[in-house]
Design a protein around this ligand. Structure first.
Ligand code: NDP
Ligand code: HSE
Length: 436
């Protein structure tokens, strides 16, 4: 059978990895897919660099629309990134009847509803395994492997850049900016690294996982997003003393009233496997009612790890190419007319345990004033650590771990504690998850 013909839009970090892996493993991939898969046309703004990567025999153009307009192309891979031109090109490719593979989580988390609807109408596939956790096949696991389960929660380290930064800062005592530059050099960081460090990239991925796990539309605008830029090294150290590591987690959790969808630095018990995921590695935990807890681990970014997921999608599409659209795996796992309107909960209704650090005057009665506010707010204390003050300092840190409470209740208690004269600096509060 004639090889399936692929057009690649954007041959940067992931695009070049995709081209190289597809070339290197072409014979095995052909045997798995049932027919050859060939990138026959590439569009990139930098035509010269693209030619150097692909060599002769591949048509290289600057205008991506020429790829979409080519009737010989069966599948378009979008690896440009962003919401702008990428959105237009993906919709145009769908309108032209092409299947689409993309690693663009930002695009799908924000415009997924429109894109999946357009694809359904045209009977084409939009595949996006590489959009969440790079090389880890988490989309396939959630959408197919765990399809028997009622998913309770998904929690993951789904941004390699921030995990790399947190690991390097903790282990090597390096500065934030130095490590961020290294992450950019290694190709982990987004074109705009603010997306990584402010938690936006992780929220894009958590949004996609929440839709697939719970059968709701993609709703990035309802996600609660906090990054690592306000995290201080002292809290990383105190957390360690209490038996916890701080990780930037993306969490989607089912509650009776709705779905929690949030990204924030989180204390995780050091003994959990996920707490020991270091560097740019990603890991996703999924709790299903039948299977229990499962853990998926691997490289979440980088040229060839991400290419691995892009090519897996190419193989899937090649196998499904001729299947009737109604009998393919749905984009968001649930049949499109079976998506629920279960609300994404406001952050005030989220339930977690907390880590609190209070800079206080080192004098009698301070701790009891704090604990009585917690007690009257019905917030139960799990552990307290008081740092000894240095001679002549007259102030000290009190660290409190609480049991689970509602965020709104904690915010009200924090306001009361902050108003105490003996509390000398803004209180640091971080959420804690046992992930048991
Ligand atoms: P790069 O910036 O390395 O590559 C993008 C490429 O697209 C560049 O070569 C760029 O050219 C080219 N480009 C830009 N605009 C156009 C256009 N209008 N037409 C054709 N080509 C264009 O990005 P990545 O490879 O890192 O990322 C690609 C996608 O994959 C993004 O959505 C990203 O979020 C996602 N992703 C990335 C991962 C990673 O590890 N890097 C992991 C998982 C997902 P020029 O350089 O000249 O601007
Ligand atoms: N910037 C992303 C990260 C790339 O650091 O995880 C992978 O999606």
């Amino acid at each position: 059978m004639k090889p399936i013909q692929v057009g690649l839009l954007g041959i940067g970090t992931v695009g070049s990895g995709t081209f190289n892996v597809l070339q290197r493993n072409q014979e095995e991939i052909r045997r798995r897919a049932g027919r050859g898969i060939e990138i026959t046309m590439v569009a990139d703004l930098n035509v010269e660099r693209a030619r150097e990567i692909v060599g002769d025999g591949v048509d290289v153009v600057a205008d991506a629309r020429q790829v979409i307009a080519n009737p010989a192309i069966d599948i378009v891979i979008e690896l440009i990134g962003g919401y702008g031109i990428a959105r237009a090109l993906v919709l145009e490719a769908i309108a032209a009847g092409k299947h689409v593979v993309t690693a663009n989580k930002a695009l799908l988390a924000v415009h997924g509803t429109e894109i999946f609807a357009a694809a359904r109408e045209k009977g084409v596939i939009v595949a996006f395994e590489a959009a969440v956790a790079g090389g880890i096949p988490i989309i396939k696991a959630l959408r197919e492997g765990l399809t028997a389960n009622s998913i309770q929660w998904v929690a993951g380290i789904i941004n390699g850049t921030t995990n790399f930064i947190l690991s390097e800062m903790r282990d090597k005592g390096l500065d934030f900016d130095v490590v961020l530059k290294e992450a950019q050099r290694l190709g982990y960081a987004e074109a705009d690294p603010t997306f990584d460090i402010e938690g936006v990239d992780a929220a894009h991925k958590a949004t996609l996982m929440s839709a697939i796990a719970f059968g709701v539309p993609v709703q990035f605008d309802k996600a609660h997003v906090e990054g690592i830029t306000r995290l201080s090294a002292v809290d990383i150290r105190y957390a360690e003393q209490l038996g916890y590591r701080i990780k930037l987690l993306g969490i989607a959790k089912r509650q009776a009233a709705g779905i929690e969808l949030r990204v924030h630095p989180t204390l995780v018990p050091s003994k959990r496997l996920i707490a020991n995921v270091e560097g740019a590695m990603n890991a996703v935990m999924v709790q299903g009612d039948a299977v229990g807890t499962t853990l998926y681990y691997g490289k979440g970014a980088g040229s060839e790890p991400t290419a691995s997921a892009v090519i897996a999608d190419l193989v899937d599409i090649t196998r499904l190419h001729t299947a009737d659209p109604d009998h393919r795996v749905p984009h968001l796992a649930f049949q499109p007319d079976e998506l629920h309107t279960t609300p994404i909960l406001p952050i005030e209704q989220v339930r977690t345990a907390f880590y609190l650090r209070l800079r206080v005057a080192d004098q009698k009665g301070v701790l009891s004033a704090i604990t009585s506010i917690l007690a009257t707010s019905d917030i139960s204390i799990d552990a307290v650590l008081q740092r000894e003050s240095n001679d002549g300092e007259h102030q000290t840190d009190v660290i409190i771990l609480t049991h689970e409470t509602q965020e709104g209740v904690m915010r009200a208690a924090l306001a009361q504690m902050q108003a105490l004269e003996t509390v000398l600096a803004p209180i640091v509060s971080l959420r804690k998850e046992e992930l048991a």
